[in-house]
Design a protein around this ligand. Structure first.
Ligand code: ADP
Ligand code: ADP
Ligand code: ZN
Length: 213
């Protein structure tokens, strides 16, 4: 099963992708997580990506596409994966379609999680992240068991530097301009499915499972 998650920053792609990966036994591949791991590790890729991420801009396709195609060529991805945060541009989507077609493969579903912008801004202000394992929480809607401590690994949670309200606004406009056209792209391919992302977290997952079976 090969799945792409679509939706604005903060729509709940990561939250749902982790649950999908767990239920269907496929890897969760997040380009944001790969960039953050590289920034933390001080790699060349991380240095390149950081300046764009901090401004709320997209990392250039030349960097991102190769990185993602390498990741899904790894052994654990051979029976499928759920992509979270990729593709984010039409050229990224086209490169993915082409790379899959070369192996006689294709995506099964593109799941678009719909959430209006004003709702996103509220959601992002409550997002907390674990700097060690990448887990995501929300101070109200997905609170950790102990305030500000990661359930998985016990680390202290942080506010991502790109989750500042000003940067969130920039990321939303980038989303509308560069990423939203993917909805039409995957509709055309016949694999688009839409879920109402304003519902509570378990209900959104229920709808996702109805689609995936
Ligand atoms: P969110 O979960 O809020 O949507 P991500 O963790 O997916 O954010 O991504 C964080 C940042 O990493 C993005 O704002 C962007 O700068 C960069 N990024 C992630 N994926 C991509 C991609 N496919 N193309 C370009 N930039 C990306
Ligand atoms: P994305 O990966 O699309 O950027 P996340 O999965 O990180 O989004 O979710 C953004 C924030 O909203 C997180 O703090 C998360 O805990 C919270 N969240 C996710 N889904 C829901 C939901 N259905 N209702 C309320 N909050 C949610
Ligand atoms: Zn953790």
């Amino acid at each position: 099963m090969k799945i792409v998650m679509l939706g604005a920053p903060g729509a709940g792609k990561g939250t749902q992708a982790i649950k999908i990966a767990d239920k269907y036994g496929i890897p969760h591949v997040s380009t944001g997580d790969i960039f953050r791991a590289n920034i933390k590790g001080g790699t060349e890729l991380g240095k390149k990506a950081k300046s764009y991420i901090d401004k709320g801009e997209l990392v250039p396709d030349e960097v991102t596409i190769g990185m993602l195609l390498d990741r899904i060529a790894e052994e654990d991805c051979k029976d499928g994966y759920v992509l979270d945060g990729f593709p984010r541009t039409i050229p990224q989507a086209e490169s993915l379609t082409k790379a899959l077609a070369e192996k006689g493969e294709k995506l099964d579903y593109a799941i678009d999680i719909e959430v209006p912008d004003d709702n996103i801004v509220k959601r992002m202000s409550g997002r907390r992240a674990c700097p060690k394992c990448g887990a995501t929480y929300h101070i109200v809607y997905a609170a950790p068991k102990v305030p500000n401590v990661c359930d998985n690994c016990g680390s202290e949670l942080i506010i991502r530097s790109d989750d500042k309200p000003e940067t969130v606004q920039d990321r939303l406009s980038v989303y509308h301009k560069q990423t939203e056209p993917l909805i039409a792209y995957y509709k055309e391919e016949g694999i688009l499915r839409t879920v109402d992302g304003t519902q509570d977290l378990p209900k959104v997952f229920e709808d996702v499972v109805k689609i995936l079976g």
